[in-house]
Write a protein that binds this ligand. Structure first.
Ligand SMILES: Nc1ncnc2c1ncn2[C@@H]1O[C@H](COP(=O)(O)OP(=O)(O)OP(=O)(O)O)[C@@H](O)[C@H]1O
Ligand SMILES: [Mg+2]
Length: 303
């Protein structure tokens, strides 16, 4: 695990520094689509940060008051019982909730210091930089090659050699050796685990900064799951990875930091609204949690 990362558990300090760095950030919308600068933020927590985020679906409040940073070169796991808002928060991190009818995000999500929901920010560019892998592998009904080439083509990326880009993305996603002789075949001919690695390769192909994964191993067998977990720990060196998982062993194995969410019931409305209970180094969450609710959940007494 990568728990010796600068910043340690001092997230308050991180949040303060983030605010100070904000003015120097280049607006997302003014960067060219093929922007490749992988300049590290001065503060590793500056990559992505939620401040007092509330998410509503119509009149229903799904998530209340979430504040937490997500660090560069780390894997952050979001865990908690079903319905506590993990997917909702994950989708708010790349404006995917914009595509959900009636969804509304309040509060601030900062990406490299800039308000992601601010005026003039292009949500498509946000999603290119902050890619998403879903629970069920969802390859396009195209060839393996075209699945990877699609994103760079539609986003107008300046690519010298598409063949090279496809090979690189598939290699990084640990799939190249298995598919290099059948690139023109349909992606639907791959196994579930291969399809999920293809989806990860497709996400990487547009050169994102952050990868969001919503239960990426939920439909996979243990061998495919181990491959994806191995892949995540390799990708951590280049990306910020945020993963929702119901598998606590998985969180313990791969995540540097873990956030535990739960839902509390409003006595008046009966609504179950999700909130962040505790966020810390994974080891701390699993071995010595500060909150009783976290302990009950990880020891299986609740949820
Ligand atoms: N599109 C939607 N429209 C209305 N309500 C929604 C929508 N998506 C989620 N919700 C509600 O928001 C709350 C949080 O849902 P969310 O899917 O974020 O939970 P989750 O923690 O990811 O659950 P799970 O572990 O089952 O995937 C739930 O009460 C859910 O019913
Ligand atoms: Mg979910």
């Amino acid at each position: 695990m990568n728990s010796a990362t600068p910043g340690s558990t001092d997230t308050t300090k991180a949040a303060t520094e983030t605010a100070a760095d904000a003015d120097t950030a280049t607006p997302i919308s003014t960067r060219p689509a093929n922007f490749l600068n992988r300049r590290l933020p001065t503060n590793p927590f500056q990559v992505l940060e939620c401040t007092d985020v509330h998410v509503y679906y119509g009149g229903f409040q799904a998530v209340r008051g979430v504040s937490m940073p997500f660090a560069h070169n780390e894997i952050t796991a979001l865990i908690g019982p079903s319905g506590c808002g993990k997917s909702t928060i994950l989708r708010s991190l790349n404006r995917m909730n914009d595509l959900v009818d009636g969804a509304r995000v309040e509060g601030q999500v900062r990406y490299r210091g800039q308000d992601m929901y601010g005026k003039g920010v292009d949500p498509i560019e946000v999603r290119r930089r902050i890619g998403m892998v879903f629970q069920k592998p969802n390859p396009f009904p195209k060839s393996i090659y075209d699945n990877i080439a699609y994103g760079p083509r539609v986003t107008g990326m300046n690519v010298d050699s598409m063949d090279e880009l496809v090979e690189q993305a598939l290699t990084r996603a640990a799939l190249w050796d298995e598919v290099k002789d059948k690139l023109k075949q349909s992606a639907y001919g791959l196994s579930g685990g291969q399809q999920q690695r293809l989806c990860i390769a497709r996400t990487i192909a547009v050169q994102p900064d952050v990868i969001l994964m919503d239960e990426p191993c939920a439909s996979l067998d243990p061998i495919a799951t181990m491959r994806i977990e191995g892949l995540m720990t390799e990708l951590r060196d280049q990306y910020t990875i945020i993963i929702v998982t119901h598998n606590m062993q998985q969180a313990a194995r791969v995540a540097d930091r873990t956030a535990f969410f739960t839902a509390t019931v409003d006595d008046t409305t009966g609504d179950r609204t999700g909130e962040l209970v505790e966020f810390d180094l994974t080891k701390k969450i699993f071995e010595n949690p500060a909150d009783r609710r976290t302990e009950d959940y990880i020891t299986g007494r609740f949820g």
